[in-house]
Design a protein around this ligand. Structure first.
Ligand SMILES: [Zn+2]
Length: 87
């Protein structure tokens, strides 16, 4: 486990646009979800899609291989409700 602890934060990292953004770029709800205002406006479908692709990336190694024991998790995405995720 890496140490992520920071005493003072100037902003939050938005997982959706993969950027560190100032606190004012996050609304109350976005703060908790680490989703900036710009990304909040993308719509539920786009956000779900980004979230799923991000989760899938985590199941892969840096060179695009499926991590040991993660194949089953990855296969779950083939049944995802969103066809873009399935693709
Ligand atoms: Zn964002």
């Amino acid at each position: 486990m890496s140490h992520k602890h920071q005493k003072r934060r100037r902003g939050h990292f938005c997982w959706s646009c993969q950027r560190l953004r100032a606190n004012e770029k996050f609304s109350g709800r976005g703060h908790a979800r680490h989703l900036c205002k710009d990304c909040s406006r993308l719509g539920k479908e786009e956000i779900n899609y980004r979230q799923a692709t991000r989760n899938m990336d985590r199941l892969l190694t840096w060179d695009g291989r499926i991590r040991r024991g993660r194949l089953q998790q990855l296969e779950e995405y083939l049944k995802h409700e969103n066809e873009r995720v399935r693709a």
